[in-house]
Ligand binder design. Structure first.
Ligand SMILES: Cc1cc2nc3c(=O)[nH]c(=O)nc-3n(C[C@H](O)[C@H](O)[C@H](O)COP(=O)(O)O)c2cc1C
Length: 147
């Protein structure tokens, strides 16, 4: 069975909710899913996964959250060739227009260095997921599953 792993960080719950939506949709597509909170994620967490997903909010001014910093630094050294990756970000578009969901972009760069294949365009969500975002998450899941 195909295994998808979702590593997520969430301070106020928005990204956690997004990760739950992803889990639900991946399961509905027939996949095994593991959702791993940032503090529990070792850099080799995706070694046994077919699909590697990171869901992250953005902190500071366009920075990866503290609890994902080491994970992000080490991820690019992993060999994830043959796997599919996808990234979902939550940020605040009004408050941080120039750094909106920048952490998601930084994870995309790290995944590119691993040799994994991008399964779908990064989804960026303004705070918590609304109806339109849920549709975009469905599209994201459909694409990573068939990539
Ligand atoms: C101190 C602080 C800095 C932030 N910096 C950014 C930022 O640079 N870019 C961005 O898009 N959002 C930024 N945000 C907004 C959060 O990423 C956004 O509220 C997100 O939905 C939080 O996700 P969570 O509920 O999963 O913790 C910042 C929020 C705080 C409190």
């Amino acid at each position: 069975m195909t295994l998808a792993k979702i590593v997520y960080a969430s301070m106020t719950g928005n990204t956690e909710g997004i990760s739950e939506i992803l889990e639900e949709k991946l399961k509905a597509a027939g996949l095994d899913v593991e959702r791993i909170e940032a503090d529990d994620a070792e850099s080799d967490v995706f070694a046994d996964a077919d699909i590697a997903i990171v869901a992250t909010y953005t902190y500071g001014d366009g920075e990866v959250p503290d609890e994902l910093e080491d994970f992000h630094d080490d991820l690019s050294d992993e060999d994830l060739a043959g796997k599919i990756y996808g990234v979902v970000g939550s940020g605040d578009e009004e408050m941080y227009p120039d750094a909106f969901c920048k952490a998601a972009d930084l994870f995309e760069e790290a995944f590119e260095a691993t040799g994994a294949k991008k399964g779908s365009a990064t989804v960026k969500i303004n705070n918590d997921a609304e109806d339109e975002d849920v549709e975009n998450l469905q599209k994201f899941v459909d694409e990573v599953v068939k990539a």
